[in-house]
Design a protein around this ligand. Sequence first.
Ligand SMILES: [Zn+2]
Length: 390
Amino acid sequence: MVKNQTTLTFYGGVNEIGGNKILLTDKKTKIFLDFGQSFSFGAKFFTSWLQPRSINGLEDYFELNLLPKIGGLYSKETLASTDLSYAEPEISCVFLSHAHFDHIEHIGFLDPQISVCLGVGTKLFLESMEETGYFANYGEHLCNKFRTGHKIKVDGITVEPIAVDHSIPAAYGFIIHTSEGTVVYTGDLRRHGPRKDLTENFIEEAKSAKPTALICEGTRMATHESRQNYSEEQVRQISQDIISKTDKTVFAMHASRDIDRFNSFYNVAKKTNRKLVITPKTAYLLSKLLADDHLPVPNPLKDDCLKIYFKKKRSGKYDEKDYFPWERKFLGKMVDCNYVHKNGRKLIMDLDFFQFAELIDIKPEEGSHLIHSMSEPFSEEDIGEQVMHN
Ligand SMILES: [Zn+2]
C-alpha cells in the first residue's frame, strides 16, 4: 500500500474557535470540509472599520498570512492583485456543514468552478443572508444540494451527509469513505436541543461506520464545567414563567438565525396571548424557509401571531420608498414604535443589540423586561454586555 494516500490538513479551526477549513486528500482527489472564518480572524491587524480591502481580493489576506496560499482553489478575480497565479481547480468540491459564518464565510473567494455541496436548508440561509445583508457575498457556485440519505461520490470518495441538531437548522455531519478508511466530521452538534434525536442518530451511524479518524470541535470542552446548560425546552419554560407573570412589555434578544429559539418565543407568545414582533429580516428569512418542508416555520405574511417592526428610515415617515424592495412586501404587517409603546403588554418584541436605540422611540414602561437569550461572548474584550446594561 502507498503510504499516506489519504491525508487531512487543517487550515483553520485549530487552537481557535471556528474557521474550519479542512483539506481531505485521497490519492488525487481533494475536497474541503467547511471554509469558514474564525471568531478571532484578523484581530491582530484589523479592528472596527479597519478591514481588509475588498477591492484587493486576496492580497491583504495573503500579505498578513490570514488565508492559505493554495493553488487551484481561488477564483481568478480574487487572485488578480496577488503574487499567486491562477490555476485551474485542483479541489473537486467544498462540503459545508451548516450556515454559521465560522464554517462558510470565505467561500466567496473560491473558484466558481469548484462546486459547493450543502444542505437544502443551508442554501436557503445563504440566499437569505445575501439578499438582506449588507456585506454577505458568497459568490457564484455550482451548488449540489443534499439531504440525509444522499451519498455523494467524488471520484473514489463517498460522502454521506447526516443531519444533526445545532442552533441553526439544516446542520450536518459527514461520514466520508476514503481509500484508507472512514473519516467522520461532526460539524457542530448538540445533545440538548429539540432535535437531539438527529444528533443521536448521527452518533449511531458514525459509530457503525467504524471510523479511522474523527474530526470534532471542542469549543466547550472543559475539565470542570461550571456553566449551566439549558435545554431549549427549559429556555421556553423559563421565558414563559417570566412573561406570564408580567403585564409589561417583554423584549427578547436571541441569535437571529436560531430558528429553535424563534419557535420557543413564538410558542410562548401564543401561550401568553401576546403577539411576537419580529424584524423584516427575520420575516424574510421565515418566508424563504417555507420553501423547505423539513423546516416547519410560520408564514410571516399570514400568521396572526406575528407583527413586523419597521423603524424610521430616510423620510422618517414610513414611506414605502424608504425601504429596501425585499422589505416592502411586509409593510402590510407593519407596526411602529408608537404601536409598541401603546400595546407593549400584549407583545413580545425581538430586539437585536444593534437596534437598542429604538428603545428611545418606543419608551417602554418602567419595569419592562429584557430576556437576554444568547450564548456567552466569545471574546473577553466584548464590551457589548456593559453597554447593554447601561
Ligand atoms: Zn455552528
